[in-house]
Design a protein around this ligand. Sequence first.
Ligand code: SAM
Length: 276
Amino acid sequence: MEMWLKEAQIEDAVMTYKVKETLVRKKTEYQDLAILDTNFFGRMLVLDGIVQTTIKDEFVYHEMITHIPLFTHPNPKKVLVVGGGDGGAIREILKHPSVEKAVLCEIDEAVVIECKKYLPEISCALDDPRCEVFIGDGIKYVHEHKNEFDVIIVDSTDPFGAAEGLFGGSFYKEISECLTDDGIFVAQTETPFYLPDVVKKVFNDAKETFAITKLFMAAIPTYPGGYWSFTIGSKKYDPENANLDTTVEFDTKYYTKKIHKSSFALPKYVEDLITK
Ligand code: SAM
């Protein structure tokens, strides 16, 4: 018998993935959690039926959401990840020798537990002594910590359920207060092709809060539309003109210094979305 995961990227467009085995499936306090072993993308984390991360293509997202802000800030020491329970962002953050502490604020402990068990390639750095895993709501955590982090990364699920409050609005003002005075914020901000209104709203909300606000893109096969946006808000340093001459070199599979610069070059339909 064949098994397929059917992922409704939007109501009228569905992706299907051939599944070898269901490794775990449970209803947590916050969401439906599954980790599946699939024929082409390998093991993948699926939350509420939406593919979050896969062994095959996770490197794109986790390298871009971390190395763009961390190579923009001249000396990032303390980093906060909101969401990110799979540990992929933490793994990439801790490659930066300047980082002394990386806090992961994940609302659903089951995600951390199951990703440690079934996705060790992604969650491997969660036990690093520089990583602190805090189980709780990122909205509350950010509100309760002021002037504390050089970089804040919102590595969340899509804008509904527990993650809805992480997209724009007053949350970005709270993020700004949680950052140091030369801090940088970045968030995954959805697909410009399928959810243009979300991309536009979130970008404009960030622009109201941060002196420098830019959008950068990456090609992620398992994300709806295969072309994904990230919004970066910076109090002082321009990510597009980051000085990469002296940055440390380490292993990556997607991020390069050229990609750092070129990821800010937007197709006209995306440029129009955030400028008109
Ligand atoms: N890193 C994955 C990727 O490559 O796209 C996706 C992100 S990670 C799995 C998303 C996490 O955000 C989920 O584990 C979810 O539980 C968490 N999350 C959602 N809302 C949250 C909130 N308000 N505070 C903290 N974590 C939240």
